[in-house]
Design a protein around this ligand. Structure first.
Ligand SMILES: [Zn+2]
Length: 368
């Protein structure tokens, strides 16, 4: 029987991890409300983040940078870069060029760097190697192909933090746009064991330069270098319309037509590969998130869902571009789309370590 949440777009057809309570509110809405409640009242949140900014400045007085952050060129990280400049912080920006950047992303990143004067470190990944890794993920039929990129940027930032003695990582992660995500639609991006096993079993390539970081190395960086991650967007009433307005007006930043339009691959993956092969339309989660944040009505969100994921002319051109860049034939690609997905847990994973780590962290959080 089809069941839909009273508040958001999540429903029983799109994920097996869906349930509603007696009020008709789904588990994702309840989780969103819990996360917002944990952050505290508006005043408390603002006070917390401004105090944290002062703490960051104080701790890095004699260092060249106050903090480090990843800049994809997307809305969240772009707005955060602008906001950090306003707070007078000196930020080392890190961008990962995985070969799939859209021209618009490059334009937006350049504009932001010119405006803020922040130093930008661009890590250009070895394309031939990265393509083989993406091909291994395709051959493996696992859902989270993006884990390769997300893991790499995380590893690069951690290593750079240690190298430059930067104690604070600023993250654009936020509850307003990224809290809702069914667990069968993604895999833990920090799971290096999973990444390495998928590659080992689906490719003959030996990793030469792909940046990755193991669970224990991760802990070492955090505890030995005392690296802390701060997520300011959770504390400043982040509003996406306001972010677009400010970025356009002050920087000349150009918005993307879709979330994650900054990368050709992410766009193609989210709007074609995910819906066709994995029967996943991430717009349900993104739009539900905005409904929970009070930044969109359910009616508006439903209208957005009626828009096609792809205009047909764009789709044809994008498939051709994807195949050429990946060195794949249309027959190989069509066969891939037809074959059933394989769960990430079919491969080795360090989930047991992460689960233990988080249960210890949560235990201590409850104590203090
Ligand atoms: Zn809901």
């Amino acid at each position: 029987m089809y069941v839909e949440c009273q508040r958001c777009l999540m429903n029983s057809e799109i994920t097996q991890y869906f349930e509603v309570d007696e009020k008709g509110l789904c588990n994702y809405c309840r989780q969103y409300d819990r996360e917002i409640e944990m952050l505290g009242e508006d005043n408390f949140r603002r006070e917390y983040i401004y105090r944290k900014i002062e703490e960051i400045k104080k701790s890095s007085k004699n260092k060249p940078y106050d903090c480090i952050m990843g800049l994809s060129g997307g809305r969240d990280s772009s707005y955060l870069t602008w906001w950090l400049k306003k707070q007078g912080l000196r930020v080392l920006l890190v961008h990962l060029d995985n070969g799939w950047n859209s021209e618009l992303a490059v334009h937006n990143i350049n504009k932001l760097c010119r405006y803020t004067g922040f130093e930008l470190y661009t890590h250009v990944i070895d394309w031939e190697e990265f393509r083989e890794l993406q091909k291994a993920y395709i051959k493996a039929h696992v859902i989270d192909i993006e884990a390769l990129t997300d893991h790499a940027i995380y590893a690069i930032i951690l290593k750079l933090s240690a190298k430059h003695n930067i104690q604070y990582i600023i993250s654009g992660m936020n509850i307003t746009t990224e809290s809702i995500m069914p667990k069968d639609w993604v895999h833990n991006k920090k799971d290096a064991v999973n990444i390495l096993d998928i590659i080992k079993k689906n490719s003959r390539i030996k990793i030469r330069s792909y940046p990755y970081i193991s669970f224990f190395k991760n802990l070492f960086y955090h505890f030995y270098y005392k690296i802390e991650t701060v997520m300011p967007l959770n504390y400043i009433n982040y509003n996406i319309m306001e972010a677009d307005r400010v970025l356009k007006q002050e920087i000349g930043w150009v918005p993307y037509s879709r979330k994650h339009g900054e990368s050709f691959f992410t766009n193609f993956y989210q709007n074609y590969i995910l819906p066709v092969k994995f029967k996943v339309d991430k717009r349900y989660a993104h739009l539900s998130n905005l409904i929970c944040a009070g930044q969109m009505t359910k009616e508006e969100a439903k209208r957005k869902l009626l828009e096609p994921l792809y205009e047909s002319a764009d789709l044809q051109a994008d498939i051709e571009y994807f195949l050429k860049k990946m060195d794949m034939t249309i027959d190989e690609f069509n066969l891939y789309l037809k074959q059933p997905p394989v769960p990430h847990t079919y491969y080795k994973t360090d989930k047991v370590y992460w689960d233990r780590y988080f249960s210890i962290i949560n235990f201590y959080k409850k104590l203090f």
